[in-house]
Design a protein around this ligand. Structure first.
Ligand code: SF4
Ligand code: SF4
Length: 314
């Protein structure tokens, strides 16, 4: 299971957890480690997408030290039930020169599923080869335009033809290297700036992907990004339990652990991996209190959650 606010599957699961009582009965216990750990290798980005609240980012830009990354990966790979590892956060992961080394280390230590989301603008053949060789399992590509103009208006700062060529070449390269991974998910968000051209998007990519490898398209919709945007109305009443604190943990590039990837400014800190182990944070008092509060639909004290459209959906 890949956590992404825009995934239909995640929304479907969330809809099962609307009532706090059965939710609490079902989720009274949690695993000793998160099922998914989201590790932000960098919060720098070369784009300014319209649906992304980057202009509100107050955190210092930076890249995670390799030593800190190694500490996290070693800790989470010690158990039999190893988490899925996401290698991105609030930034473009391919800006990180150490990315292939990070993937390699995670795979060498037995992480079964590594995943990242990229805008593909830097997915040039040399980098692509390194990523494939390192053993990345799955890669989602955000591609929010169907021609130069719609792409430029939505993924501001990026070049349509460069990203298009990178994705096409990537599929060819993976085939020529005789590799089955990473599987590709090509994502589109229909919206005003790109003319909501879903049909064109589908026909543009249908034959370019390799279905035998599991490649697929994903059509999603913009979300509020924890209050960074206002695409979906949020009322007073919280309607759903968010299952993140039972399933996933996000670590920002500087080691601060936060409730989830929507918390792009790190306002909802739950610990720091420079000072504590992932296990200590996951099983610590901060996380226990959050589980209790979320289970009661009490999101007071969690400013990002209060504006998150996930928990307001009926
Ligand atoms: S959506 Fe991704 S690519 Fe676009 S500005 Fe945000 S982090 Fe960068
Ligand atoms: S912002 Fe809060 S409610 Fe929304 S997904 Fe994250 S943890 Fe859950």
């Amino acid at each position: 299971m890949i956590f992404n606010a825009r995934d239909k599957i995640t929304r479907g699961l969330l809809s099962l957890a609307r009532n706090p009582l059965p939710f609490n009965l079902y989720f009274r216990h949690h695993f000793p480690l998160p099922s998914v750990i989201l590790i932000e290798n960098t919060n720098c980005c070369n784009a300014r997408c319209v649906m992304c609240p980057r202009e509100k980012l107050t955190r210092k830009p930076g890249f995670m030290d390799f030593e800190l990354f190694e500490k996290i990966i070693r800790e989470v790979s010690e158990t039999r039930r190893k988490p899925i590892v996401h290698l991105h956060g609030f930034g473009e992961p391919l800006l990180d020169k150490l990315l292939p080394e990070r993937i390699k280390l995670a795979k060498a230590l037995g992480i079964k599923h590594t995943y990242l989301v990229t805008n593909a603008s830097l997915l040039f053949p040399e980098t692509a080869k390194k990523i494939i060789d390192a053993g990345l399992d799955e890669m989602k590509i955000s591609f929010y335009g169907t021609d130069d103009e719609s792409y430029r208006r939505t993924m501001r700062g990026l070049d349509f033809s460069v990203s298009l060529s990178n994705v096409r070449e990537f599929v060819k390269l993976r085939k020529s290297m005789n590799k089955k991974r990473p599987k590709l998910i090509l994502q589109y968000l229909p919206q005003k700036t790109n003319g909501a051209a879903t049909k064109e998007f589908k026909s543009m990519w249908r034959s370019a992907l390799d279905k035998r490898m599991g490649d697929c398209l994903n059509i999603s919709s913009p979300d509020n990004f924890g209050g960074g945007r206002a695409y979906n109305p949020v009322g007073e009443k919280i309607a759903s339990v968010c299952f993140y604190p039972w399933s996933a943990l996000s670590v920002l590039w500087n080691g601060k652990a936060v409730t989830c990837c929507m918390d792009y400014n790190g306002d909802q800190e739950v610990g720091n991996v420079n000072l504590h182990s992932v296990k200590e944070i996951w099983n610590g008092s901060e996380m226990s209190d959050i589980r209790k509060n979320f289970g009661r639909l009490d999101y007071g004290g969690f400013p990002t959650c209060q504006y998150c459209d996930w928990v307001h959906r009926q």
